[in-house]
Design a protein around this ligand. Structure first.
Ligand SMILES: [Ca+2]
Ligand SMILES: [Ca+2]
Ligand SMILES: [Ca+2]
Ligand SMILES: [Ca+2]
Length: 287
């Protein structure tokens, strides 16, 4: 009996050592420059983690990285930050990452890097623009630089959507606080560190619709046109709420007529730029 148990133990030990050797030997890894990373071999030592078990979030992204963060070669690639909200350590090895819902297996995290294991509260920043070299952690595709984006982790365990057109160079989109469900434009990039506040509401001059910091007949014509079939496209609808009533109606047109005639005074922020002092459901997130 004793001998049998020892034999079984020895067999299990040698199997475990074989598995370990397979993981540490990069030549036996299916993720190589010559292998399609979308087709892991049957003996792949790091299968895709089950979606339900991977709670890591795509936390921050910069697509137009001009001066913020160079890679180890000094090149400024787009980058993405991953974050483990905890409470367990999580390994991204074997997970897919993509910027396409239709093709959600564009790139797979290799399994030979300790960096893919994120402790609770830990961040991992990866650059795009890899050349298929499995010995670095570059993501082997480039993201779209304009328009609506949706990035996908592990095929479905996390989605990260933003509009690249809302971002200027060296500006990032991300979650605040870290791991939050909403993605916003952030006030400062923080690769590898806790995210900064979202950008605050924009300054505006009430009644200034052509953005020349002055309120005059040109603005009145635009506001009249808004109700006559030529809607104004502005991110800051507060500009149109000339009487600061909290709604945009034709009474704002008549208020502006009276204001330009000197009979009424436009409420703040006027005549200088400022924030809306009266809370309402109208937003001003940009010009
Ligand atoms: Ca960050
Ligand atoms: Ca104006
Ligand atoms: Ca109004
Ligand atoms: Ca208001």
């Amino acid at each position: 009996m004793n001998l049998t148990s020892q034999n079984i133990f020895a067999l299990m030990l040698s199997m475990a050592l074989l598995i370990l050797a397979g993981c540490s030997d990069s030549s036996s890894n299916s993720v190589t420059g010559d292998t399609d990373p979308k087709q892991p071999g049957p003996g792949d030592p790091c299968p895709q983690p089950p979606a339900a078990e991977l709670s890591i979030r795509i936390n921050e992204a910069m697509v137009d990285n001009v001066t913020t963060l160079p890679d180890s070669n000094g090149t400024f690639f787009p980058w993405v930050e991953f974050y483990n909200p905890g409470p367990e350590a999580m390994d991204l090895a074997g997970a897919y990452f993509s910027d396409s819902l239709a093709d959600n297996q564009k790139w797979v995290f290799p399994c030979q890097f300790q960096e893919t294991i994120l402790q609770p509260g830990e961040f991992l920043v990866l650059f795009f623009g890899g050349d298929g070299n499995p010995d670095d952690l570059h993501i082997d595709f480039m993201p779209e630089l304009t328009g609506d984006q949706i990035w996908v982790l592990n095929q479905s365990s996390d989605f990260f959507s933003f509009n690249a057109d809302d971002l200027v160079s060296d500006q990032s989109a991300g979650r605040f606080p870290d791991g939050d469900s909403v993605v916003e434009v952030l006030s400062a990039p923080t690769p590898g560190n806790p995210n900064a506040d979202p950008v605050g509401p924009a300054l505006f001059v009430r009644g200034d619709l052509d953005l020349d910091l002055d309120v005059d007949e040109d603005d009145l014509n635009l506001l009249s046109g808004h109700f006559a079939g030529s809607p104004i496209s502005t991110e800051c609808a507060d500009r149109l709420d000339v009487n600061d009533s909290g709604t945009i109606t034709v009474s704002d047109v008549s208020f502006l007529v009276q204001a330009l005639a000197g009979n009424l005074t436009i409420p703040e922020p006027f005549p200088a730029e400022g924030l809306d002092p009266t809370p309402d459901n109208i937003d001003c997130e940009g010009p």
